[in-house]
Design a protein around this ligand. Structure first.
Ligand SMILES: [Zn+2]
Length: 51
């Protein structure tokens, strides 16, 4: 099996890295232009601006 290319670097992905620990962010939902996530590892909630 070949490795398929995943999301390009710098592109928003469904599971962004937690700003606190670098863990996997689980999507909570969209509020306005903000996409909210909660870290699977440390529980930190953070948001990303939707473009
Ligand atoms: Zn975290």
């Amino acid at each position: 099996m070949q490795n398929l290319e995943e999301e390009a670097d710098g592109e928003p992905v469904e599971t962004p890295a937690c700003p606190a620990c670098g863990g996997e962010g689980l999507p909570l939902g969209i509020l306005g232009r903000l996409a909210w996530f909660r870290c699977r590892d440390c529980g930190t909630e953070f948001s990303l601006t939707q473009s």
